[in-house]
Design a protein around this ligand. Structure first.
Ligand code: HEC
Length: 120
């Protein structure tokens, strides 16, 4: 009986962590919009996230969600980390973001109308 209970507890723990993993992986579009507003990402990337203030700044609207997430985490790791990106501007921008912020922001930016060519 005790063993059955322990097994059930373990299984429900796995179920809970799988559920939260799925929720996190999907990202929350509304929370992502709130986060980019809070951090004023539009100041450089443009209000629609496809009209950056400088033509060398990347367009983000509609970009693949996993790519956006990956790139923000890479800026957080910096040039010294494995698969990191060393960029003075974006390193500072990405620093205060939590893992959840990153996932939500990626979901929001991905949801926006895009001018990027993502498929041919
Ligand atoms: C001060 C201007 C500025 C601000 C503010 C800014 N960015 Fe950026 N962002 C840049 C520049 C410049 C790059 C290109 C850096 C490079 O060459 O790696 C960039 C790159 C990126 C990329 C990588 C895109 C790609 O195609 O690889 C993402 C994602 C991104 N920014 C998201 C954000 C988010 C989210 C915020 C707000 C938290 C933000 N940026 C705020 C200037 C800015």
């Amino acid at each position: 009986m005790k063993r059955t209970f322990a097994l059930l507890a373990a299984l429900s723990g796995i179920a809970v962590s799988l559920t939260s993993f799925n929720a996190a992986a999907a990202g929350d579009v509304a929370a992502g919009k709130a986060a980019v507003t809070k951090y004023n990402c539009a100041a450089c990337h443009g209000a629609d996230y496809k009209s950056p203030i400088d033509p060398t700044y990347p367009r983000l609207a509609g970009q693949h969600q996993d790519y956006l997430e990956h790139s923000l985490l890479a800026y957080q790791r910096g040039a010294d980390g494995p698969n990191g990106r060393g960029n003075a501007i974006m390193g500072a921008q990405a620093k205060p973001l939590s893992r959840t912020d990153v996932q939500n922001i990626a979901a929001y930016l991905h949801s926006l109308p895009s001018t990027l060519v993502l498929q041919k």
